[in-house]
Design a binder for this molecule. Structure first.
Ligand code: GUN
Length: 280
């Protein structure tokens, strides 16, 4: 499944939407500490913003930044009218409580969809700003007409960023959803039943060829470094049995960024009153 090609089409659409909006759209990105992977992800997000005409306001804070300092920055960004979206890259250094920071972001600017208000609205079947990775996965599934109604879906991983929200989105499309995690017993048997399998654990070779039902759709969210090379959570040999599969790189990653851009435009619409914000 060509996430890269699909993301290019979404970015072209977003570019037109930004131009038609008639008001500036601005994304604040906040990077705390010196996690190399996070620095790369944030750079890609900012490059994508530039490409579609979204202004980016970037803030880099040192690894020793206190929670108060970060909360102060978030308060400033909440108050800044040029900033229509706020993204604090996770993970944060250990001295900072991530939940407190996420809760400090104005829900209408929460383009990650991590604020409890937005996460709760998704839980209740009223999606507002929905986390970018799960949104991107749903867009890939839709683009390839993957049947979800009544399908058996297995989500491996239960994070707030991917596992839980993708399970809710699949459920909303009437899939029969199972969430598996590190303590799940009998993962192989569960996996073999799945028509749609989403692997989001961050460990290479979590899903091997013998675990996949022939013809199943396999979504690989993992980004792992193995001997200096990029690997997903799914073994490459799974391609031989899967009906459809997302590659790493070029699958979920580019669609995550495209969905973030979509959310950033949606947030600007909420703030201009063009769209009613249920979380207000
Ligand atoms: N870290 C890993 N994925 C994400 C994401 O989608 N958003 C943010 N803010 N941090 C992340």
């Amino acid at each position: 499944m060509d996430g890269k090609g699909l993301a290019e089409r979404v970015r072209a659409e977003v570019k037109e939407e930004v131009a038609a909006l008639g008001r500036p759209v601005g994304l604040a990105t906040v990077l705390v500490g010196d996690d190399q992977a996070s620095a790369i992800y944030v750079r890609r997000k900012r490059e994508a913003c530039a490409e579609v005409g979204i202004e980016s306001f970037h803030h880099e804070l040192g690894a020793g930044t206190s929670e108060e300092e970060l909360l102060g920055l978030v308060a400033d960004l909440n108050a800044d009218e040029r900033v229509t979206g706020i993204l604090v890259q996770l993970p944060l250094p250990g001295q900072i409580d991530e939940d407190r920071v996420i809760q400090a972001i104005d829900p209408v600017k929460d383009v990650d969809g991590f604020h409890p208000s937005n996460a709760g609205l998704l839980f209740q079947g009223q999606p507002t700003l929905v986390a970018a990775t799960p949104s991107g996965i749903m867009a890939i599934l839709a683009a390839y007409d993957v049947p979800l109604q009544g399908a058996r879906a297995l989500v491996i991983g239960r994070s707030n960023i991917v596992g839980k929200p993708i399970a809710l989105l699949l459920l909303a499309e009437h899939a029969t959803v199972t969430i598996a995690h590190s303590r799940t017993r009998g993962l192989d048997a569960l996996a073999r039943e799945a028509d749609v399998l989403v692997a989001a654990v961050g460990r290479a070779d979590t899903v091997t060829k013998d675990m996949v039902k022939p013809g199943a759709t396999v979504i690989d969210v993992g980004i792992n470094r193995v001997d200096g090379k990029l690997a997903g959570d799914v073994s490459p040999a799974v391609e031989e049995v899967a009906g459809l599969m997302t590659p790493v790189p070029g699958g979920v990653g580019p669609m995550t960024i495209a969905s973030l851009l979509r959310n950033t435009v949606k947030a600007a619409r909420y703030q201009s009153g063009a769209l009613a914000f249920p979380g207000a």
